[in-house]
Design a protein around this ligand. Structure first.
Ligand code: ADP
Ligand code: MG
Length: 400
């Protein structure tokens, strides 16, 4: 357990720096998906509700240490202003004279959003100068940017050591939802994987394979595994350099056929087409995929097998859409799986982690019906890969 907001004592009249994750998609200056902003509200309200002064820090996109106007947090601050009652101010400065003046003008119960931290190269390099300039703005620090906890950046790590620090409500909720997956999950524990590339999922597979009862693999990553089995995959996604690793994974799968490892499910049929936008050849095929066609979603027989395995699960961790879900004809199985997991009334705890899978679940309006949809794609993956996250290590433990 990390030290919580309550353990910081009364925050009335105190200036509390909160690292939030406002790294949201913007188009023409408008927030496209405000899930991360909404997820930070419990912590913001915990501070201003007691008459504290909330100073919010975040990064947005990859400005590479230089100001870039289209990545300003101004429109995100305006969006937040529409979500909470309290006044939300914005200052186009990170920790300089303007930011100090804005903090001095802040009243109890008000919110100030600082400019995009990554406009300063010191954020990503965890520069002591930036840490002390930020620390000078506040009396206490709360880390609530779970999605950035796998980065040793100034506002994530440096600041935690410079001020009395605590984990925010979102960070607490993420740890609470993800930890049981590594330690005593309710069984059977099913790992459902999809997404584009096998390469990005290997560390997760390696860490979880001994802990799960079944692994179901769909999405683009399945094709490298099928190719390693000697299947014809047509023009499907394929990581040639991973064939050997794929063989290793299949060794585990072969063990499972003899009852020594988890059940291992690969697609037995496929929704195919010439390409994502070239629907010529759209069809459902079993087994081998004809030349020139790509497997772009799992087929109905595979879907039925996956649902059968999911129907028995006590815990499901789902990362990666099982098809190219952002292209309408290929999102069907992902939608079906999400709908099933969200509505099934038996006691399955489904945790979704991964940027695209979480976005797919939210786009279907199903996030609230699942046990947990992580706000941190990369951070959730690293947590479940068994790696320690610098941003969590930096936080003090609860006093027991
Ligand atoms: P997450 O962000 O949830 O971890 P990934 O980033 O690994 O997921 O993968 C998501 C991407 O995988 C999406 O862009 C989706 O279109 C793509 N994808 C899924 N299945 C396929 C497939 N069969 N062929 C090509 N791309 C696919
Ligand atoms: Mg992704």
């Amino acid at each position: 357990m990390k030290k919580s907001i309550a353990e910081l004592g009364s925050l009335a009249g105190r200036k509390v720096l909160i690292r939030v994750d406002f790294n949201v998609p913007l188009r023409d200056g408008q927030v496209q998906d405000d899930y991360r902003i909404k997820s930070s509200i419990p912590t913001i309200e915990a501070v201003i509700g007691q008459g504290g002064r909330a100073i919010l820090m975040s990064h947005l996109g990859r400005p590479k240490g230089q100001p870039s106007p289209e990545l300003s947090l101004k429109s995100v601050a305006e969006h937040l202003g529409g979500l909470i009652e309290a006044p939300v101010r914005f200052v186009d400065d990170i920790a300089g004279t303007k930011a100090r003046a804005a903090v001095d003008a802040l009243q109890d119960g008000e919110v100030l959003v600082l400019e995009n931290l990554r406009f300063d190269p010191g954020e990503e390099s965890n520069a002591p100068e930036l840490v002390s300039a930020l620390a000078a703005l506040g009396d206490a620090y709360i880390s609530d940017a779970f999605g950035t906890c796998h980065r040793a950046h100034a506002s994530v790590c440096g600041l935690a050591a410079a001020l009395p620090a605590a984990a925010g409500a979102l960070v607490e909720a993420e740890i609470k939802a993800l930890s049981p997956l590594l330690d005593k999950p309710k069984r059977p524990f099913v790992l459902l994987l999809g997404g584009a590339k096998l390469s990005t999922k290997i560390p997760l597979l390696r860490n979880l394979i001994s802990k799960v009862d079944a692994v179901l693999v769909g999405g683009g990553m399945a094709y490298t595994l099928l190719a390693a089995q000697g299947r014809k995959i047509g023009a499907s996604r394929f990581d040639a350099e991973l064939l050997e690793t794929a063989q290793e994974i299949l060794e585990v799968a072969r063990g499972s056929a003899r009852g020594q490892g988890p059940l291992f499910g690969l697609p037995v049929d496929h929704v195919v087409a010439r390409g994502l936008e070239d629907l010529e050849g759209y069809d459902i095929v079993s087994g081998d995929i004809p030349e020139g066609l790509m497997g772009l979603d799992i087929g109905p027989a595979t879907l039925a097998q996956f649902i059968e395995a999911l129907s028995k699960a006590g815990t499901v961790f789902w990362n990666g859409p099982v098809g190219a879900s952002e292209f309408p004809p290929f999102g069907a199985a992902t939608e079906y799986v999400a709908t099933y997991l969200a509505h099934r009334s038996a006691g399955t705890a489904t945790v979704v982690g991964g940027g695209d899978s979480a976005a797919a679940v939210r786009a279907l309006g199903l996030a609230e019906r699942l046990a947990h949809v992580s706000t941190g794609g990369g951070a959730a993956m690293e947590f479940l890969e068994g790696r320690s996250l610098p941003g969590l290590d930096a936080l003090p433990d609860a006093e027991v």
